[in-house]
Design a protein around this ligand. Structure first.
Ligand code: ZN
Length: 64
C-alpha cells in the first residue's frame, strides 16, 4: 500500500533489504543487521523469537 518501512530501532527508512524479527506474534523490521542485532539484545530475543525469559506476554514458564 505504498507505506514505507521504518526501522524499529533507529527510525530510518528501510531500503531494498529488510531484516525482520518475530516476537510474541509481532514482526519488527530493521534497516540493517546491526539494528536487528541490537534490538534483539535489548529485548532478549533470538532469531526464531523463541527466547523470551520475561515480558513476552505469555505469562507462563516451562511451557516446553
Ligand atoms: Zn536501523
Amino acid at each position: 500500500m505504498g507505506e514505507r518501512d521504518i526501522c524499529d530501532l533507529c527510525g530510518l527508512e528501510i531500503g531494498a533489504r529488510v531484516w525482520t524479527v518475530r516476537r510474541a506474534g509481532e514482526e519488527r523490521r530493521f534497516c540493517c543487521e546491526g539494528c536487528k542485532g541490537i534490538w534483539q539484545m535489548l529485548n532478549d530475543v533470538g532469531d526464531d523469537g523463541s527466547n523470551g525469559p520475561a515480558g513476552d506476554g505469555q505469562g507462563g514458564k516451562g511451557d516446553r
